[in-house]
Design a protein around this ligand. Structure first.
Ligand SMILES: Nc1ncnc2c1ncn2[C@@H]1O[C@H](COP(=O)(O)OP(=O)(O)OP(=O)(O)O)[C@@H](O)[C@H]1O
Ligand SMILES: O=C(O)[C@H](O)COP(=O)(O)O
Length: 403
């Protein structure tokens, strides 16, 4: 993989360099609630700008449906990126249209432009190679070189991640290099006991990883929205909790295999539940109750792991030598459901283990709950991406950067 330093060494002054970043940050309206992914993108952009390149930054945000949708606009990100870079970032209000062409055309050497959300174009995420390729052709026309640096999206076979680098001279940015360097250590000789903590809401994306982790980890601690499919697989009533019903047979298989392999599965024994999903804007008290995990009342939704589970999870982390954590244990954005995530974060800090925290929301949770991010071994910007890397899968966005 060519490095960004090599690309810069070849000379980028006056060249249009397309940087595929992952600026998919959590937003409350148009307020960025955690700018970690924007900060992580800065070193690469800065290096290119200082070297005289005309930098075109592009990213997705959220999951719009292939057409413009104002709630997923990157406009607030352009503003924040400018503040962090200490320079104005020009914002194109489309991705490959007149605004993008004019804004990129008007970018001076050392200047930075951010394009509007790549996923406002159906070609970005299309499963059809021709449709994706056609969109990649339009993106390629805007640039002379490509730098892949959106680690959080390298597991997506999307036009800007996978098809575009094939059309331009390309290199890997600093963030990708750092992320891969750390995660590689976890796939080689990992120090044991190795505990993996999984949670979050993207359940269907993440359940598959467990299959692979069963052969690698010594302990699997499951919380967040994921946990309820496991509880249901054990035959428990999960009420209105997040449930991936079609995955129950697979999950039953994981539980059986774990038993055969001697891998410890740690599931919640109690949960904090409420009748309604909490209001994350007003953060109004949620009228929650602690219930046992084997009988969640039909009218309640599990939204965090309970106090007894927190103790058990912390104990399983206390003597681990390596921990990988992806996905919050509950709806940490609301104070009534943040205790499980806080307990796991504290458990990691109290443990002598080398700790890697992966995921946009997981990293945001750690910071929002007031923990010092530098106290963790590594905070990865990739959730699904880091999990798939650990799974040993070929990631489209990394494969595409190889020579
Ligand atoms: N029990 C639950 N029910 C519903 N949502 C939950 C539950 N527990 C956690 N969540 C939600 O999960 C979300 C984070 O999940 P996600 O899988 O996106 O995490 P991540 O891997 O850190 O991020 P990413 O994959 O986006 O990088 C949070 O917004 C949180 O509110
Ligand atoms: O948040 C993430 O994990 C990345 O930005 C990828 O987003 P996606 O899951 O919507 O592809």
């Amino acid at each position: 993989m060519k490095t960004i330093d090599e690309l810069v060494g070849d000379g980028v002054s006056g060249k249009r360099v397309f940087v595929r970043a992952d600026l998919n940050v959590p937003l409350d309206g148009d307020t960025i609630t955690d700018d970690g992914r924007i900060r992580a993108a800065v070193p690469t952009i800065q290096k290119l700008a200082e070297s005289g390149a005309r930098v075109i930054v592009a990213s997705h945000l959220g999951r719009p449906k292939g057409a413009p949708d104002p709630q997923f606009s990157l406009a607030p990100v352009a503003q924040r990126l400018g503040e962090l870079l200490g320079t104005e970032v020009a914002f194109a209000t489309d991705t490959v249209g007149d605004s993008a062409k004019a804004t990129v055309g008007g970018t001076a050497d050392g200047g930075v432009t951010l394009l509007e959300n790549l996923r406002f174009n159906a070609g970005e995420t299309s499963k059809d190679d021709t449709e994706r390729g056609a969109f990649a052709d339009q993106l390629a026309a805007l640039a002379d070189a490509y730098v892949g640096d959106g680690f959080g999206a390298v597991h997506r076979k999307h036009a800007s991640v996978y098809d575009l680098p094939a059309r331009l001279p390309h290199a890997a940015g600093y963030l990708i290099a750092t992320e891969v360097g750390v995660l590689k250590k976890l796939t080689e000789d990992v120090e044991r006991p190795y505990a993996v903590v999984l949670g979050g809401a993207k359940v269907s994306d993440k359940l598959g990883v467990i299959d692979h982790l069963l052969g690698k980890a010594d302990r699997l601690l499951v919380g967040g929205g994921m946990a309820y499919t496991f509880l249901a697989a054990k035959g428990y009533e999960v009420g209105k909790s997040l449930l991936q019903e079609d995955q129950i047979p697979a999950v039953k298989g994981y539980l059986d295999r774990a038993e055969q392999l001697g891998v410890e599965f740690v599931l919640p024994v109690d949960v904090v539940a409420a009748a309604e999903f909490p209001d994350l804007k007003t953060k109004a008290p949620a009228n929650s109750a602690v219930v046992t995990a084997d009988a969640i009342p039909a009218e309640l939704e599990g939204l965090d792991i309970g106090p007894e589970s927190r103790k058990r999870y912390a104990a399983k982390l206390a003597d681990a030598a390596t921990v990988f954590w992806n996905g919050p244990m509950g709806v940490f954005e609301h104070p009534d459901f943040a205790a499980g995530t806080r307990a796991v974060a504290q458990g990691l800090l109290d443990s002598p283990a080398f700790t890697v925290v992966g995921g946009g929301d997981s990293a945001a949770a750690v910071r929002q709950l007031g923990f010092d991010e530098n106290a963790f071994g590594h905070i990865s910007t990739g959730g699904g991406a880091s999990l798939e890397y650990l799974e040993g899968k070929t990631l489209p966005g990394l494969a595409a950067l190889e020579d």
